[in-house]
Write a protein that binds this ligand. Sequence first.
Ligand code: HPA
Ligand code: ZN
Length: 326
Amino acid sequence: TDLDTFVAGLPKAELHLHIEGSLEPEQMFALAQRNGIAIPFGTVEELRAAYSFSRLQDFLDIYYQGADVLRAEDDFRDLALAYFDRAAADNVRHAEIFFDPQTHTDRGVPFDVVMRGLLAGMAEAEGRHGLTSKLILCFLRHLDEDAAFATLKMAEPWVDRLAAVGLDSSEVGHPPEKFARVFERAGAMGLKRVAHAGEEGPPDYVRQALDLLHIDRLDHGNRALEDAALVARLAREKMTLTVCPLSNLKLCVVDHLDTHPMRAMLDAGLRATVNSDDPAYFGGYVNDNFRALAATGRLSRADFVTLAKNSFLGSFLDDATIARHV
Ligand code: HPA
Ligand code: ZN
């Protein structure tokens, strides 16, 4: 439809994308072969058929398993380039991508190998498409505080190449307060701070992310809507929410896109954005997410313009660069 074409053509930034979650089954098989690794699926179709989840943990189990094919610097470069090629086709002009170093260092892949590979892919994408990008180092919240501190230590020589730290993986039972001291240290290193909160976890986890982690941006945030005072605060503080509609559907955070909280978020004056989270696992890149929202008929062209502008306003680009984009 016309609205599909309109939303697809909007220039946008992507602010919630796990690079390991952009590993398509075809690339997983190719990297497995290149690295001489056996994977417990016979075909791409068999693997895709396994992507049926009823909660976050179902997905995480298969996502961490998939990342095992990533071993060498070129694997990380090729992974990033494949994502940037797709993003550029969706009119993404800037991307702030998450990576999970602990998933790799715990398998014996050096931190520096991950960094060099991702940075090579980022530089090549900027040359190829003019697509700029930044890196956000995520701590796995199911691991302990000491492990997060050790990861932050590995990041020290690379601090100028990182925009922010983030917090992801199994939310319930791993509240933000567990990482308050790690985030304090990251802030002192000059890094921005973001955290997944309110995807499956309660509104109190969102409040902890604000008060204890001092976040600059909130990833997901769906369950904040259960608390009117919290919603008012997020609006007043102009907090950016990186919302992921198809992810929410696939992980059963919402029952149906027709009842997705995006409408309510915009009505509440929240600075919401549209993102793809783990596109290889959730069935779509950023324009698929925009079109899925368009198909609900509950958002107008003006709403989509707001969402696309919000993605630049909520980015960690400098003000002059943001002004050029919006
Ligand atoms: N939530 C938590 N952790 C994650 C996600 C997510 O949506 N994607 C990758 N790691
Ligand atoms: Zn995520």
